[in-house]
Design a protein around this ligand. Structure first.
Ligand code: FAD
Length: 396
């Protein structure tokens, strides 16, 4: 029996495994589909800025059991494309006929003295839960200098969403008086906020931050971090017990073991079938893949792109192995929806991120994305699960 191996059980990996199994089933292939992930759960990463992060993951095994996918827990370490093997930490090795790499991304390390020891982040489930436990400890602790100051390092989408959620987060542990006392500081090394969102939504974002009283330091870097303070590049000291790093994401390091050049975000270059250039039996999707969504735009690290790319990667890996026609990945419609806390949310369309709506009227849409759209299908029957994740009539 041949086999398709998927590494990583996130948004891309789940869809890849389901689409591979679907194609194998529909075409009578004698092919096993195995997914190896280092967690039993899929983490709702886009929600990790919210209150109660402990609730923000869902078990994968019921879905894979129902869908007939072999699910193994393990941390993939390296790939040998000449032998078609993947080695796991601990020594176990898996062979593959087609490999789909969907191990996602990690927080981009910030090379600043003291950050690794004293900085928090919300990049993974464990990190977000640890930060929440810190907020709970602060709420019960004696008043110390800096206890009410929360410094977020990096004003990208995640940093801005977190800054605008901080009052709610603090109130959830220490009550509204603690939230009112809180000083929320956003430090950004660029000269503008939300660089990756572009110019169009910036006025809305700035208004939301101003209304929430967030203190902003642009053109500033952290040069030193400690348990009770940090120092900015201009020499200013901020007393704080809470430094939260939102410095962006880099692709899983396992991509670099394939042996082809990865881009500056650590992503594997893939062709329109999502095959890794130079290793056609290895597909990549989601945050690990440098893929074009149309003739000129590259996918960004997002659920929007990871989920759809995952579908195509699984679909194509299975069909390629069975000698069937594959389907080019295209995802021309791009939207963003950003939570702006008490201000509401902002919804943009297109690569120029033209603001279509902002304020409380966008809240329902953001909730629908965060609480429904990104969630895995119910673990019902194999047919229902597979149907829920097929490439739809719009090619998504
Ligand atoms: C705080 C935060 C906010 C975000 N907000 C948004 C947003 O508003 N909108 C949006 O679209 N995107 C957002 N993102 C980005 C989005 O979460 C990612 O782009 C998305 O999760 C990528 O999906 P993926 O399947 O490629 O990777 P992931 O979701 O990271 O999944 C990777 C999976 O692989 C597993 N894994 C990792 N390494 C290994 C290994 N070596 N071996 C085995 N398994 C492994 C992991 O446990 C995980 O299950 C946000 C991310 C964060 C952290």
């Amino acid at each position: 029996m041949q086999n398709i191996l998927v590494i990583g059980g996130g948004f891309a990996g789940l869809n890849a495994a389901l689409n591979a199994a679907d194609q194998v089933g529909q075409n009578g292939g004698d092919i096993a589909v195995t997914l190896v992930s280092n967690s039993k759960y899929i983490t709702m990463r886009p929600r990790l800025y919210e209150v109660n992060p402990e609730a923000l993951r869902e078990p994968l095994r019921p879905i894979f059991d129902a869908a007939g996918i072999d699910f193994k827990i393990g941390n993939a370490d390296s790939i040998d494309s000449s032998q078609r093997t993947v080695s796991l930490q601990g020594g176990e090795t898996f062979t593959y006929d087609r490999l789909v790499l969907t191990a996602g991304s990690q927080l981009k390390p910030l090379p600043v003295s003291g950050i690794a020891e004293h900085g928090f982040n919300i990049d993974s489930y464990d990190a977000a839960v640890a930060f929440d436990a810190h907020l709970a400890r602060l709420a019960g602790a004696e008043e110390t200098p800096g206890a009410d100051t929360f410094v977020i390092v990096g004003a990208g989408i995640t940093g801005i969403e977190l800054a605008l959620e901080m009052h709610t987060r603090i109130a959830s542990h220490g009550g509204s008086a603690a939230a009112q006392r809180a000083r929320i500081v956003l430090v950004e090394r660029d000269d503008v906020l939300g660089l990756e969102m572009g110019d169009n939504p910036r006025p809305v974002i700035e208004k939301a931050l101003a209304e929430a009283g967030v203190e902003i330091h642009l053109g500033s870097e952290v040069s030193e971090a400690a348990a009770d303070h940090l120092v900015l590049s201009n020499g200013a000291r901020i007393d704080t017990a809470s430094i939260i790093v939102t410095s962006g994401m880099v692709a899983s390091p396992i991509g670099a073991t394939v042996g082809v050049d990865v881009d500056e975000q650590g992503r594997l270059p893939v062709d329109e079938m999502l095959r890794t250039q130079g290793s056609p039996e290895i597909f990549a999707a989601g945050d690990m893949a440098r893929a074009y969504v149309d003739d000129s735009n590259l996918a960004v690290m997002s659920c929007q792109h990871a989920g759809t790319m995952g579908k195509y990667a699984g679909h194509n890996a299975a069909r390629d192995l069975m000698g069937l026609e594959t389907r080019a990945y295209r995802q021309p419609n791009y939207v963003t929806c950003m939570d702006l806390g008490a201000y509401g949310a902002v919804f943009t369309t297109g690569w120029d991120r033209v603001v279509e709506a902002s304020g409380p009227e966008v809240n329902a849409r953001k909730r629908m994305i965060n609480e429904q759209l990104i969630y895995p299908p119910e673990a019902t029957s194999r047919e229902e699960i597979l149907a829920a994740r097929r490439i739809d009539e719009n090619g998504r």
